[in-house]
Design a protein around this ligand. Structure first.
Ligand code: ZN
Ligand code: ZN
Length: 297
């Protein structure tokens, strides 16, 4: 099969666009989608990039470095060590290789040093706890390095799942918080891979030879997310473009939302942004200290 844009052989058929693409047209298609997102965000000054060592964050860092370092944006990769023995060490090795290749400043911080907790010790819903603590620590690190924005590696599949999960739960407050402008104490989030499907992120990383860690974390991301993922994959197969429509649809709703979707106060304990009296990470840590922590590990 030939590429629809040149005479080279196609390596991929994009069902949602109806296009067969060769290696170089596939690469420029991915980069075009990332550029479009980045341009919309008007990034200046210092940009922090959350780097886990997996394919999504590695591709984000690599492409943003090509796009922005020439424009005088100061890039700093930030990584979180959650305390997951085996998995995290290998992922951080991939991250170290990438930042050395690109010559980018890199900061690593651990849950242990900030919160006195390792995810290995958490018995109940470790993945949820990890997500809450990671978001909080990334925000603190981004502020500490003086970043005006924090880029994360969320791809189209991640975004579509999150949007759909919030619709199905009827959690409109959380839905509106997904794409928020900068708030007091909360560094603006940008998601350059928001319109790149997960499979294309992986293919891009392989074709470009970007060092990535392919291990899966041994803690599962929750039954509901897995069900929504399967449902969306099934719909996408029969109705190509479904995931795009979901994510674009939310963008449109946010444009039409005139009132500020949420108010933020300060956590009375740690002074980080909070919707309630305590921020989510302090709530979760309080619960862990009182009940869940496995102290034998
Ligand atoms: Zn081509
Ligand atoms: Zn707090």
């Amino acid at each position: 099969m030939k590429c629809d844009k040149c005479s080279a052989s196609a390596i991929l058929f994009q069902r949602y666009s109806g296009l067969h693409l060769c290696t170089s047209h596939f690469i420029s298609d991915v980069e075009k989608k990332i550029k479009r997102e980045v341009r919309k965000e008007k990034i200046e000054g210092t940009l922090a990039i959350a780097l886990s060592g997996g394919k999504d964050s590695a591709v984000t860092l690599s492409v943003l470095n090509d796009l922005l370092s020439r424009r005088g944006v100061d890039m700093i990769a930030i990584s979180v060590d959650e305390g997951i023995t085996g998995y995290r060490e290998r992922a951080l090795e991939s991250a170290a290789t990438l930042v050395a290749e690109l010559g980018i400043r890199w900061e690593v911080a651990s849950f242990e040093q900030y919160f006195g907790v390792r995810i290995d010790q958490v018995n109940e819903r470790p993945c949820t706890v990890c997500g809450i603590l990671r978001r909080s620590l990334l925000n603190r690190l981004a502020k500490a390095v003086g970043a005006s924005a924090l880029a994360t590696g969320h791809n189209l599949d991640d975004e579509a799942q999150t949007v759909q999960m919030n619709y199905l739960r009827g959690d409109i407050d959380r839905l509106l918080r997904l794409d928020h402008p900068a708030k007091e104490g909360l560094v603006r989030r940008v998601k350059p891979l928001k319109y790149v499907p997960e499979k294309e992120v992986a293919l891009y990383a392989i074709l470009k030879g970007i060092p990535i860690n392919l291990d899966e974390c041994r803690f599962s991301a929750g039954v509901f997310r897995a069900e929504v993922r399967d449902m969306l994959n099934d719909l996408e197969l029969r109705h190509p473009g479904t995931k795009y429509s979901l994510v674009r649809g939310l963008g449109r709703i946010l444009q039409l939302t005139t009132r500020s979707p949420f108010e933020l106060g300060q956590c009375t304990r740690c002074k980080e942004p909070a919707v309630r009296t305590f921020c989510q990470s302090c709530e979760v840590l309080e619960k862990l200290r009182s009940t869940d922590l496995d102290r034998t590990i």
